[in-house]
Design a protein around this ligand. Structure first.
Ligand code: WQD
Length: 336
């Protein structure tokens, strides 16, 4: 069964391609490598001995994307990862984020209808919940005003799918990721930050490797158990497998509606200070950190109620926080 992946050269896309290959899917990938290289595709082909048809195309170029749909017959489903995703950067260049993330998605959704692609899985984000006080969040928790143009582009992306689904015979799922971290257990692929990393996990790794002098904890005066922000960290391989299960759910016509949303989070809230302790314990190495000012746009706490995903998709997170830390550490020690 042939699956079209967009953004498969990226962090979550590449890990999902591995899970899809292990489930005997045939992969076609479209990526413009604006924020990635083909390093992960090459590593996957070498590690698993399976070919991935890779098109280096910009999804904003509809004619080019359409030519892929014309060449690649019998696409059973699309998993759409490709997007810019740096929250801070999106505040600085909002129109580039809206153009890139929304025009690419509009092109794809038009081609889904034109070519009758039955199944579409969209990479969404827990950032659509904003600074909610209703915790843990379920898929019915009202979405709040997004904290950034990035988060807003995901919210608009969900709304476009919701509205298309009302007049489409095809089936759509949005997966709301919480905080994917970690790397493949073989360390053949992992997260490769584009530019100086902003996210906690890569910053922990850079600090531990001496690439960064100090890790700043953005605030310890929040109303949480230790004063630092709480997030739901989930292993990237668990996130990857959720995509395979979401595709199977649609292909096997188990969906109750032709647009459904699922939380992809471990369900465990972990604070920044607890993440630092988890790394120090797992790697048996002290981290150089200090408490700094709060970061604009940060939500106090967000973590998932993943009961719907477990029940409907049969998804069971397999990896622990220690697995996340250790796999990320093994991968980062390989990064030059
Ligand atoms: C986590 C916590 C920071 C860096 C990310 C993505 C977003 C979405 C959700 C996919 C926060 C603190 C961080 C540092 C720190 N994912 N921190 N010092 O903000 O939850 O959002 O996951 O769509 O796209 O950006 O993740 O890792 O940036 O921050 O104290 O140097 O770590 O304040 O509390 P975030 P993050």
């Amino acid at each position: 069964m042939k699956i079209l992946v967009t953004g498969g050269c990226g962090y979550i896309g590449a890990h999902t391609i591995i899970d899809l290959l292990e489930n005997d899917y045939e992969i076609v990938n479209i990526d413009n490598n604006s924020r990635s290289t083909t390093q992960h595709i090459n590593a996957i082909e070498n590690q698993f001995g399976k070919k991935i048809k890779n098109y280096t195309i910009d999804l904003c170029d509809k004619a080019a994307v359409k030519s892929v749909f014309e060449q690649e017959k019998n696409i059973e489903g699309i998993i759409h990862f490709a997007a810019f995703k740096a929250v801070g950067e999106s505040v600085q260049i909002p129109l580039e984020y809206y153009r890139n993330n929304l025009v690419s998605q509009i092109n794809l959704l038009e081609l889904v209808e034109e070519f009758g692609i039955k199944n579409f899985v969209f990479s969404s984000s827990c950032s659509v919940y904003g600074n909610t006080t209703e915790l843990p969040v379920t898929e019915l928790t009202p979405r709040q005003e997004a904290e950034s143009p990035y988060g807003n582009s995901k919210r608009i992306g969900e709304d476009m799918i919701r509205d298309v689904a009302k007049v489409s015979k095809n089936n759509f799922i949005a997966l709301r990721y919480f905080n994917p971290i970690g790397a493949h257990p073989t360390a053949c692929i992992g997260e490769i930050p584009y530019g100086p990393p902003q996210n906690l996990q890569p910053v922990i790794m850079e600090t531990a490797l001496g690439k960064r002098q100090l890790l700043k904890v953005f605030g310890n005066d929040y109303p949480t158990r230790d004063g630092s922000c709480i997030r739901d960290y989930v292993h990237v391989m668990d996130v990857a497998h959720a995509h395979t299960l979401a595709l199977k759910y649609l292909v096997e016509n188990k969906n109750e509606d032709n647009y459904e949303v699922f939380n992809i989070g471990s369900g465990d809230g972990v604070s920044v200070l607890e993440m630092i302790n988890a790394f120090e314990k797992t790697a048996n190495q002290k981290l150089n950190y200090e408490i700094a000012e709060r970061r604009a746009g940060d939500v106090v706490a967000v973590y998932a109620d993943n009961a719907k995903t477990r029940k409907s998709l049969g998804w069971e997170p397999q990896y622990s926080l220690d697995d996340m830390m250790l796999s990320a550490w093994e991968w980062n020690k390989k990064l030059t």
